[in-house]
Design a protein around this ligand. Structure first.
Ligand SMILES: [Ca+2]
Length: 364
């Protein structure tokens, strides 16, 4: 995201901005669906050392070595210049002051929840079929759909090639975006989309799942069987592609994402003394404890929000702390962080998913 889906969704929907942390998924997971956050603005912004024209000429030479034809390259870059709006969005001072609690509350507006209910009804048959195939719960697919593109309503109007070229030419994160730009050219080379329809967020995220081009090539699927992958218009392709991503990241069929819990200050103090934090992964992963058994959390005094005991289940959970709201999360939660490594995003997705009914009951 964030450049990624949170910011994209926020920009597209007018929702509050939240800065995502740099995404470094666990080694066994696929690359994040969405790109990492920009570094904080610096008073000394690096500037490209060569003209855009010279840069483009070198890019073309390298593209040939990657199997991109000159015809594809020339069609992709016809009329493309660096887009100053992309740079200004990338360098906008991120909102760093919103807490997880505030972010989640902002994302879970009554309007967005109602929209999800309508989308779930509209796509009910497709959701059931995708859930059968990939195991990802329909409510979670609906939640991510809502966070990424407001259920398909907002997928972005920026030229993907121009956005990625702008960010690859820019000196801040050229390696990441140069790689994504070549992936975008591969999408064109394969004829999966035409340049005029190749539109997305200012950061290069495309379609209703807001995939980066590399994620599109790895995870997007033709689920409606019409012979082409269309994550812009086909709800079947959109939902199946998102589910394919989560499945590849390790989603476990029939298991919850996690749940909100009640933790008193005394219990939190004990957790601070006794439960170690994680030490690797993106910032949001390092903000989580190491997994502990539910029994251990029960013993420490963690309770459900209504004050009743945690369920008895042979499963490990990690603690995600907000300001006043706290959550025990299971391994399916980690697939959400693979999609977008932001606890605010993943908690919002989890809580939103709980608002929607599933054709399949989940346990634990
Ligand atoms: Ca299709």
């Amino acid at each position: 995201m964030r450049i990624g889906c949170l910011v994209v969704a926020a920009l597209l929907t007018g929702a509050p901005l939240q800065t995502p942390p740099v995404q470094t998924p666990p080694a066994q997971n696929p690359p994040p669906a969405v790109p990492p956050a920009p570094a904080p603005p610096s008073p000394l912004q690096p500037q490209p050392a060569v003209s855009f024209e010279d840069w483009l000429a070198a890019l073309k030479v390298e593209a040939r070595t990657k199997g991109i034809s000159d015809a594809t390259f020339d069609a992709a870059f016809a009329g493309v210049q660096p887009n100053p709006l992309v740079i200004s969005r990338d360098r906008a001072q991120p909102e760093l002051t919103r807490s997880l609690d505030e972010y989640v509350a902002g994302m879970m507006s009554a309007k967005r929840i109602a929209g999800g209910g309508e989308a779930a009804v509209r796509a009910k048959a497709t959701l059931a079929k995708v859930e059968d195939t990939y195991g990802v719960s329909a409510p979670m697919m609906v939640a991510i759909w809502g966070l990424e593109s407001n259920y398909g309503e907002l997928t972005g109007t920026y030229s993907t090639i121009a956005s990625l070229a702008t960010l690859a030419y820019d000196a801040r994160r050229p390696v990441l975006f140069r790689g994504e730009l070549f992936e975008a050219l591969r999408i064109l080379e394969k004829g999966l989309v035409t340049p005029d329809k190749f539109l997305g967020s200012w950061a290069g995220a495309i379609g209703q799942p807001q995939f980066m081009p590399s994620s599109f090539l790895k995870h997007a699927v033709d689920f409606d069987g019409d012979g082409k992958i269309d994550i812009w218009n086909s709800e079947a392709d959109v939902l199946a592609s998102m589910a394919q991503y989560l499945s590849a990241a390790g989603w476990v069929r029939g298991e919850r994402w996690g749940r909100e819990v009640r933790i008193t200050q005394t219990v939190m103090d004990a957790i601070d003394r006794q439960v170690p934090m994680r030490t690797s992964g993106c910032r949001s992963i390092r903000d989580m404890t190491k997994p502990q058994s539910l029994e251990r959390w029960r013993t420490l005094g963690v309770k459900l929000t209504d004050g009743s005991p945690l369920p008895v289940a042979d499963i490990n959970a990690s603690l995600v702390r907000g300001v006043k709201r706290h959550f025990l999360v299971y391994r399916n939660y980690e697939t959400l962080l693979a999609y977008n490594c932001s606890n605010a995003y993943a908690i919002a997705a989890g809580l939103m998913s709980d608002e929607f009914t599933s054709p399949k009951a989940t346990t634990r």
